[in-house]
Every structure is written in C-alpha cells, then in structure tokens.
Design a protein around this ligand. Sequence first.
Ligand code: GAL
Length: 429
Amino acid sequence: MKKLYGLFILFALMLVISACSDDSSGSGDSKDDSGESKDTGEVEIFSWWTGAGEEDGLLALIDLFEKEHDDIKVENAAVSGGAGTNAKAVLATRMQGNDPPSTFQVHGGDELNKSWVAADKMEPLNDLYGENDWMDKFPQDLIDMVSVDDEIYSVPVDIHRGNVMFYNKKVFEDNDIDIPKTFDEFFAAADKLQDAGIVPIALGDKEAWTATQIFENVLLGVLGPDDYIKLFDGEIDFDDERVVEAAEKFGKMLDYIDEDHASRNWQDSAQLVANGDAAMINMGDWAKGYFSNDLDLETNVDFGYFTMPETEDDFTIITDTFGLPKGIDNPDEVKEFLTFLGSTEAQDTFNPLKGSIPARVDADESEYDEYGTDAMEDFKNTRLVPSLAHGSAASEGFLTKADQAVNIFVTQKDVDNFISALQNAAPEM
Ligand code: GAL
C-alpha cells in the first residue's frame, strides 16, 4: 500500500514536471540540451558534486577514467546544491522527458528503489556484478540497499557517515571541553561555550537538509537504532513520546546555533568551525573532505570528530551510487564506466578526497588518514541505519515534507506543530 502510494506521488510529480517541460517528445532517444542525440563515445555523469568539498573526488575520477579510456569522453553534468537540492528536480525532469543522463548520482535505499526502480526506469546490473566478481567485494548490507527483489540496480562508490560532529580542536582545548557522549554532557558543553562567547553549533540551513540531518541524528540517539528503523518503516508513530522528546532536544540544540544560519550553505557553516568562530558542526563526512582538501586542515590536529550524542554504536549510512537508466543509446560504454566506478582504483582515488570510505571491502587502507581508518573500523562494528535527510530511510515525497516541517520548526520551535506535520506526512513514507 505504502509502495503504491509512493508510486502515485512519483507519478503525480512527473505529470507536474512534464506539464512544465518543453521536451515532451517521448521519442525515447537520448538527447543533450540542444535536443540532439548524444554521441556514442561519450558518457554523461550527473551529480550534485560541484564546488569546494564536493567536486575534487569527481574530477579526479573523470581524469583517471579518461586517461585509461581514450575512446570514451566523460561529460560532467553536475548541478550545484548540497544533498541534491536542485539536481534531484532537474533529474526528474530529464527522466520524464526521456532524456536520462548516462548515469546519475542516487542514494542507495528508498531514493533509488522507491523512485527510479519502482517507476521502471533502471536496468538491473546483476550481470555486471557477476562479470566483475563483485558479490563479495561489496558488503551485503550495501548490496541490499541497491537491490529490489534480488535485482541489483546500482554501483556504490562511497560510504559517508552522517552522525558525526566535527569540532575545532583549539576551541575545545581553550575552553576545557571534553568530548560529550550523552545529551546532558552535550548541552553542558554547549552552555560553557556559549558563556565564553563562542557559537556552540554552526548550522547552514539555507538548504533545509542540514537541519533535517541534525534531527535524524537526535532521533537516532533518543530512539536507538531498532526503533529509529521502525519509525521509518511505519511501525512507530511520529506522535510517540520519544519522537516528541527528540523534537524537544532538537529544539534545544537550535538554541545554540549561529544567527545567520539561514543564509549559509553547509560549506559556509563548516568554515565557521574551521575559523574557530563556532565550535562544532553536525555534518556528513564530506565535511572531512572539505576540511582536508579545500581548507588544508589536519585531522586530529586542527579538527576532531565524535559521534552525535548517544549514537556511538550506530552509523548513519549515506551511500552515493550510480546506475544504468533505461533507454540510453550506449549502455555498453556506460557499463564500462560503472565497472570503473566499482574498481578499487577508482574508489581509492575518489574517497580519500571526498572524506568517505570506500564501498568495497578490499580497498587500500593506506590511502586514508586516521579519520578514514576510524570510520572503516566503525562501519564494520556498529549498527547501520539509513539517513532520512539523504533519501535512504523514506520516500522523496515524505522527505520533501519533512524538510518543510523542519524548516518551519527551526524558526517557530513549535513541537506540537512539528509532530503533527510529520504525522500527516507519514502515509507517504
Ligand atoms: C549527500 C551526498 C554526499 C554529499 C552531500 C552534500 O547527499 O551523499 O556525497 O555530496 O550530499 O552535498
């Protein structure tokens, strides 16, 4: 029933988009912006990895692939906006206009499965996994996130962790702050920092997902991983008293954010921490890539990291994956590109720059710094839970409404309204 509802929403979304779109030829040809068929010998990769902290890894991948394949050119079709804020809408338009990119960034979990697989827009890739001997090279949990009914629909290139708090080491040291493990310790540390005139938590919610990300990690801390998963499976209601408690704690965290949060994006807010204007930030570990590669900061010297309160044994997983859309002209070349994306060479080129860990189990650990090796260890020894803010835990329809509810909550802090907005959106999960 939930699946049918999700399909209905997707269909409705596509109708709206197609009504606004000029390209409704429905010819099934793969076209570029000028309306001409795409040349073979070219693979277009669609993502939202542009700018600082996002594109370094992608550009390195493209370079490496083109060096090894002088017969195939890669067209970088990235659309800016963290977490796919703009890219997802552009992608929906293109898919509806029968103009799919050769391959596109999509999160494993509901974003892939309830949107594009359910709409019958993706080719299964079991053969590719077989040919490349990948079945035991990717963790089964990850393969499950990109599979529906035993058909595998995409190739994971990374594993990001979302329940991380990055902090400025000097600010913590100067103010004698110990790493907080519980919510109580966290709020005590935040009070101390605030009293010292430092912004405790940097937030950049110009794009709402950054606040949704904090909320999901607070939910995880309060509910624990089993009930967090049950919540997004519809087995626990959003008006459960623990969800209300999480909303209250989330509201309390918002007492510690910077004033100009609504005008900043995630990089701007991470910069506040880098500069010491703010003490900490909850951000997926693409922030680690940004700190190391764009701001030249050193792990465990300039910045440190800890898990969000009471989520130490959990790993909020965000995996960026790429699949093969139906109806493209040159599937063999795209499969060659996907084969490359799944190789250890590509993953060990991309992930050290991105701040993520490789999706493969046999990558070269020596390519990663202490943050990376810690994350690899935790990935093996903690409980994996899907991220809401990054599309894995619930459908895009629910996520859109949850982002809106969070956005309103950040300014109004009305717990009752927030809970009822989530409750009303729940049938769309
Ligand atoms: C996530 C994505 C990451 C990173 C982040 C910020 O959704 O999985 O790779 O790009 O958004 O844009």
